[in-house]
Design a binder for this molecule. Structure first.
Ligand SMILES: Cc1cc2nc3c(=O)[nH]c(=O)nc-3n(C[C@H](O)[C@H](O)[C@H](O)COP(=O)(O)OP(=O)(O)OC[C@H]3O[C@@H](n4cnc5c(N)ncnc54)[C@H](O)[C@@H]3O)c2cc1C
Length: 410
């Protein structure tokens, strides 16, 4: 490589230099020559990498001080990928061959850090996007961000805006009557790291998705006494069938068989391996697991050992909560039990409606693109969404490739 080409190459791969070149001050704001990506989670990184591969620089604005802040700051210690690694890799880079089928949280974050390094992605941390709006007069997006210091504000203008703030941007905390007077700790799973702090305590876990089930298991392993609130019907499936991942097997079967038939096979395998979950208080929905996921995005629970603890009575099941009283919970069936703490495994919500001033692409109601997968990734006037498919990292990778390709065409 001659020296000028070498310098050029180094500059393209030096993110600080690249960011500086990407924008210039103009009329009181930063004019960005490429896309602005909001959010440095796996989705934001995937888009930046796909753009980079096509020779397009971008700027990522991230409110936190690290990449993948959901994984690094808001998930419990025992978390592993729920799906095998081949279904969770981002475009153009696989997991290291030596990593386990289900990498743990640390291994996943390491993978993402290596990914960012490989594609020279250096997000601008501690910049929260507070507003973004299309300015028809200049034909560009105006993006306003706030820094960590009082009054620290920046305005950017750009032609393309990629929303990568995630389906899990803010914890969803339900209002339960009597919450203020409960007296013990009530924390969302985003604040739960390990069962250690609950050793010997009676803990009520609210919500029976993958997180709620795993937190219960974690509490058992730390000698706490967990109970689980199961308000709705839920599909619990074994994580693996005959040594193969249930998810991988379903994907393979779907190539040959209709979804309803695959659902029947999954339910048969679940019945043989796990027994009748309804007898344990976990009634199944009428619609099969894959069809339900397709209809409303509800993910089946992949069991990693919690069911055995429910069967053995180490985890008790309760119906919905009527109200909380001091250190007590009254349930919808009239029972009242004493608890020391409550963990809310009640999920997350998108925060897009709080900052994106736009009426057509995103629903104000849930902050997701109005158009369902696979059509939700593109809006009007250079607006894009990545990672809102309710299909995890696989969906984010599909979006990322499409967005980069589309911007390249422009
Ligand atoms: C406990 C748990 C386990 C999961 N396991 C799996 C799994 O095994 N496989 C799978 O495929 N999926 C899994 N998921 C789904 C999950 O959505 C993805 O893993 C992934 O984190 C989504 O990436 P994302 O970049 O879209 O969103 P996020 O990871 O949430 O990243 C969004 C980023 O945007 C930033 N941000 C938000 N608002 C702003 C703003 N206004 N300004 C600037 N920055 C902002 C956030 O700080 C965050 O860093 C899991 C989710 C959870 C909660």
């Amino acid at each position: 490589m001659d020296s000028s080409r070498e310098i050029e190459w180094k500059q393209l791969h030096d993110p600080l230099h690249a960011n500086r070149r990407m924008s210039r001050r103009f009329g009181g704001c930063e004019e960005v020559s490429g896309p602005i990506i909001v959010g440095a989670g796996p989705s934001g990184l995937a888009v930046a990498a796909c753009l980079k591969e096509r020779g397009i620089g971008s700027i990522i604005l991230e409110r936190s001080d690290c990449i993948a802040s959901l994984w690094q700051r808001k998930t419990y210690g025992r978390l592993r990928l729920h799906l095998p690694k081949q279904f969770c890799e981002l475009p153009m880079m696989g997991f290291p061959p030596a990593s386990p089928t289900y990498p743990d949280k640390r291994e996943f974050v390491e993978y993402l850090e290596d990914y960012a390094k490989r594609f020279g992605i250096r997000p601008q941390f501690n910049e929260t996007v507070a507003a973004a709006e299309y300015d028809g007069e200049i034909g560009q997006w105006r993006v306003r961000s706030m820094g960590p210091k009082e009054g620290e504000k920046t305005e950017y203008v750009c032609q393309w805006l990629v929303v990568a703030t995630g389906e899990n941007a803010e914890p969803l905390v339900p209002e339960i009557e009597g919450m203020e007077g409960f007296g013990g700790p009530i924390k969302h799973t985003s604040m739960y790291s390990s069962g250690e702090e609950f050793r010997g305590k009676r803990v009520l876990v609210v919500g029976c998705g993958n997180s709620g089930m795993e937190v219960c298991l974690d509490l058992c392993n730390h000698n706490a006494m967990p109970s689980l609130v199961v308000r709705d019907t839920v599909h619990v499936l074994p994580r693996d069938v005959l040594g193969k991942s249930t998810f991988g097997l379903s994907m393979w079967l779907l190539k040959w068989l209709p979804m309803r038939l695959v659902d029947q096979l999954l339910l048969l395998a679940a019945r043989v391996m796990l027994g009748d979950t309804a007898r344990l208080g976990l009634k199944r929905p009428k619609v099969g697991p894959l069809e339900l996921k397709n209809l409303n995005g509800k993910t089946p629970v992949l069991d990693v050992g919690t069911l055995a603890k429910i069967k053995s009575g180490d985890i008790k099941i309760y119906p919905g909560i009527r109200r909380l009283k001091p250190h007590e919970v009254e349930f919808l069936d009239g029972r009242t039990e004493k608890f020391d703490a409550i963990v809310l495994a009640t999920g997350y919500k998108s925060n897009v409606p709080t900052w994106l001033k736009e009426g057509s692409m995103f629903s104000k109601y849930d902050g997701f693109p109005r158009r369902a997968f696979p059509n939700g990734w593109k809006g009007e006037c250079g607006l894009y969404a990545v990672g809102f498919t309710r299909r995890g990292l696989l969906g984010a990778s599909i979006d990322a490739r499409r967005i980069a390709e589309d911007i390249k065409r422009c």
